[in-house]
Design a protein around this ligand. Structure first.
Ligand code: FAD
Length: 451
């Protein structure tokens, strides 16, 4: 009896995909850069089926690639070759919102947009948002500790996490879904799994906190002279707004790519080297933004929208970046974070660093200004992809930055982990991995470099 036969007995034959055509969309990542062949794709419907699938794989010593919405950008959710690909998208139950606690439990396969809609229907909102909202799953968001455009206000996924249910590689179920509000009774393993990229356990259910919905919000798109001016604007916005909801940055090259792919009009008569999106929530946000713009010297030009259509129109200049870049080619995607004091220097040094490593490439930079988190995209690097990655990540490390601020390490950056983490830290991570997954079955090529 083959493993595929056992898996079909657990989840039903129609949910074990062996045919290469049916497997294909699961075997390549969103950017098109990471590919591999899975032995089969298996799609369980509930926690018990996940347990049985993991037990069957463990019995045969077959490694497992864990996948949610497959929007990750570091190759962590696609197979390297020969793994069983475990897709969690059928774990899509939405439980009723607990309005007193302002919390909700949902299946790991629930899409971010579905969670946001569910929260809104109960009079709340969810604190994480990002452009992949229609496809990214809650399990994936926890596994990568996703950030996004609301970190400045609500923190990253870790800050939303109340409890988890998860299954270890040997099929053991850990459940700590709704712990009491105060509880110091040992290791906080749900937080340990947050950001573990599917290497320690399979997340099956997630309980998150919900936030108050913002009744009013206003968005400004601001043209500025350079990164230093963008930071001056941010500093003033932070002081003035009690309710800064987002602060994002992009540059002239990115704007021109986004405009050509999406046929968007120029936002201003003049062009600027850099553009900032600011969003304010709460009490009279339009007035707050207009006051800020009138008193801040760094503002070159600006446009403000407070109605939903106008806000979406302004956000499109920033949010279309990832898709527009992918339309132009398969990029090298780096997601880095440096201390605020190094951001100007990093932005200045990036073009020559990238050109030296890959002479005919094209650099597009954008990101989350408030955290000094830049998404560095290099198109046309070809065979120089590894050289570009190496050069940029070493530059970031020289500024004391992180080689991956929100996308994770995945398969893409394991060999550079030592730039951000000490040998002792990596060894301790390895011991944790060995303790929870001694056969090294869950995402074996992800996060940790080979010993
Ligand atoms: C257009 C676009 C915009 C994006 N913007 C942002 C952004 O602003 N901020 C940000 O942080 N990210 C962003 N991302 C990256 C991506 O959306 C996030 O990393 C997201 O959290 C991935 O969720 P997913 O369900 O697609 O996970 P997948 O891609 O399927 O998996 C990602 C990782 O999590 C693991 N995993 C998935 N589900 C589980 C589970 N149930 N249990 C255990 N491990 C699991 C996988 O093995 C893999 O290592 C963006 C991506 C795109 C395409």
């Amino acid at each position: 009896v083959t493993l595929e036969h056992d898996l079909a007995a657990i989840v039903g034959g129609q949910h074990v995909l062996v045919d290469p055509d049916l497997r294909a969309s699961y075997e390549v990542d969103w950017s098109g850069r990471f590919k591999g062949t899975a032995r089969c794709v298996v799609r369980p419907a509930d926690t018990q089926q996940v347990v049985s699938v993991l037990r069957a794989c463990a019995a045969d010593g077959v490694p497992v690639t864990v996948q949610g919405g497959n929007t990750g950008l570091v190759g962590g959710g696609v197979p390297a070759g020969g793994e069983v690909l475990l897709s969690l998208v059928r774990l899509d139950q939405l439980e009723p919102v607990d309005a007193v606690a302002a919390q909700v439990s949902v299946g790991a396969g629930v899409r971010l947009e579905a969670l946001q809609r569910h929260a809104k229907a109960a009079g709340f909102d969810f604190g994480v948002d990002l452009a992949a909202r229609s496809a990214a799953t809650v399990g994936g968001l926890v596994a990568t500790n996703a950030g996004g455009i609301r970190v400045v206000r609500y923190g990253s996924m870790r800050a939303q996490l109340v409890g988890l249910e998860a299954v270890l590689a040997d099929g053991t179920v850990l459940s700590r879904l709704a712990p009491p509000a105060k509880d110091n009774t040992g290791y906080d393993w749900p937080q340990l799994l947050c950001g573990s990229e599917g290497t320690l356990a399979v997340i099956t259910k997630v309980r998150v906190r919900l936030v108050e919905p913002s009744t009013e919000r206003a968005v400004a798109l601001v043209g500025v002279a350079d990164t230093a001016a963008a930071l001056a604007l941010l500093a003033q916005a932070r002081r003035r707004f009690t309710t800064l909801g987002a602060a994002e940055i992009f540059y002239a090259d990115g704007l021109s790519l986004v405009r050509s792919v999406n046929a968007l009009p120029a936002p201003f008569d003049d062009s600027f080297a850099a553009y900032v999106i600011l969003e304010a929530f709460g009490n009279k946000p339009t007035d707050e933004i207009l006051d800020l713009l009138s008193e801040c010297d760094a503002v070159g030009d600006a446009t403000v929208a407070s109605d939903p259509v106008g806000r979406t129109r302004l956000w499109a200049y920033r949010e279309s970046h990832t898709e527009a870049i992918n339309t132009a080619g398969v990029p090298v995607k780096l997601d880095v974070c440096v201390p605020m004091g190094s951001l100007v220097a990093l932005v200045d040094q990036l073009p020559s660093t990238v050109t030296d490593a890959a002479p005919s490439s094209r650099l597009i930079v954008f990101g989350h200004l408030n955290e000094g988190n830049l998404h560095v995209n290099v198109l046309g690097a070809g065979e120089r992809a590894e050289a570009v990655t190496d050069a940029v990540l070493k530059l970031v490390a020289s500024h004391g930055g992180s080689i991956s601020s929100e996308h994770g390490v995945g398969r893409a950056k394991t060999q550079w982990l030592t730039l951000s983490r000490s040998a002792e830290e990596i060894e301790t991570m390895r011991r944790l991995k060995n303790a929870l997954d001694p056969q090294n079955l869950l995402n074996p090529n992800v996060l940790l470099p080979p010993p």
